[in-house]
Design a binder for this molecule. Structure first.
Ligand code: UDP
Ligand code: MG
Length: 344
């Protein structure tokens, strides 16, 4: 029997009917003990009035402050609440992925567990998702309640990410977003890439809109991030850009750089060999010789890396049974189908 990731991620708490679930609210939590109860109360209030079937998936990301106990208690008290308990602190992205892996709703909502996002925005975001017929609606904390320096860094990061990825958003970092599940399952989150999810999803065919949402200051606990995050975001952007451009053809980047080393290296060695043969000059001690050899060796290694990358890609797709493309969703295809004319 094959065990899918979904089956392998146990969650505490069950739902009456998973088959027809409309909404999953996915909330990663790391040391947010005081927030669990008020967050659930607020979500319950909003979602009960909204009238759609829902589940609240709380992911305990290796908390050490009583969050685990609070989530367990909530899952036991309310059948809408499910807890996923990670063995250690993996970080927000992995916690979110663990939530996605157990979430059943057709629409998946993500938000922070610290009450900075407001559940009251959820119905509005879902309405936009449906009205505009898009795949992701991303929140924009227009009136963000964080420190001035953090806001400045974040603004610069958002500009940079928008420009580099071509997916223009004012606020990549806002966790409050809604996704259609069929699109969300096309990608997986690694490292700290959760903020890049809109860019990653646009790669696999998602249409995204952004809409202002409310943002509250943190009432309990403290932020899990410092300003050093900006540096990591820049590194992550490089990673995302690499994947965006070269995931399907790694040889082009590594091989390209390899050729750029190998050709001049080869020319240098040919020149020195000719010099030796024609003039009999002693070339053994010349720095140019070391440079030529180094360039050729580096070139060979880089091309080898590219070929290895190509091999890994084939392994992933062929052994993993995954196609290297995604199809346009039927929903979008219907939208583009011309209406029937009288002669038809
Ligand atoms: N979080 C998590 N694992 C971590 C760090 C953060 O699950 O290792 C959760 C955290 O509990 C919160 C959300 O991710 O629900 C956002 O974190 P935080 O509020 O600290 O970020 P900020 O709003 O300051 O950017
Ligand atoms: Mg926060």
């Amino acid at each position: 029997m094959t065990i899918g990731i979904r089956d392998a991620t146990p969650a505490i708490g069950t739902l009456a009917s998973e088959a027809s679930l409309q909404l999953s609210i996915v909330v990663p939590m790391y040391n947010e003990a005081e927030c669990v109860a008020p967050l659930i109360a607020r979500l319950r209030e909003v979602l009960a009035a909204y009238g759609r079937s829902y589940e609240i998936v709380l992911i305990d990301d290796g908390s050490t402050d009583g969050t685990t106990r609070a989530i367990l208690a909530a899952a036991q008290a309310d059948p809408h609440v499910r807890g996923v308990f990670l063995a250690r602190n993996y970080g927000q992205s992995t916690a979110m992925q663990a939530g996605f892996d157990t979430a059943w709703g057709d629409v998946i909502v993500t938000m922070d567990g610290d009450l900075q996002n407001d559940p009251a925005d959820i119905p509005h975001l879902i309405r936009l998702l449906e009205e505009r017929d898009v795949d992701v609606v991303s929140g924009w904390r227009q009136d963000r309640q964080d420190g001035a320096l953090r806001k400045l860094f974040s603004r610069l990061a958002n500009r940079l990410i928008s420009r580099m990825t071509g997916v223009r958003l004012n606020d990549y970092g806002c966790s409050l977003k809604v996704y259609r599940r069929d699109l969300l399952v096309r990608t997986r989150l690694y490292g700290e890439l959760h903020r890049f999810l809109p860019a990653l999803l646009s790669e696999v065919g998602a249409e995204i809109v952004e809409v202002p949402v409310v943002h509250h200051p943190r009432r309990f606990g403290s932020s899990k991030y410092g300003l050093d995050r900006t540096l990591r975001v820049v590194l992550d952007l490089m990673l995302v850009m690499f994947f965006r451009r070269y995931i399907q053809r790694p040889l082009h980047i590594f091989g390209g750089a390899g050729l750029m080393c190998m050709v001049p290296g080869g020319l240098i060695l040919a020149y020195l060999t000719a010099l030796k043969i024609v003039t009999g000059a002693d070339i053994g001690g010349r720095p140019l010789l070391s440079m030529g050899i180094l360039l050729v060796v580096v070139g060979v290694v880089l091309i080898g890396q590219g070929l290895l990358g190509e091999l890994t890609g084939r392994l992933l797709h062929e052994a993993g049974g995954r196609a290297q493309y995604h199809l346009k969703s039927l929903r979008k295809l219907h939208r583009e189908t011309p209406p029937k004319t009288a002669e038809d």
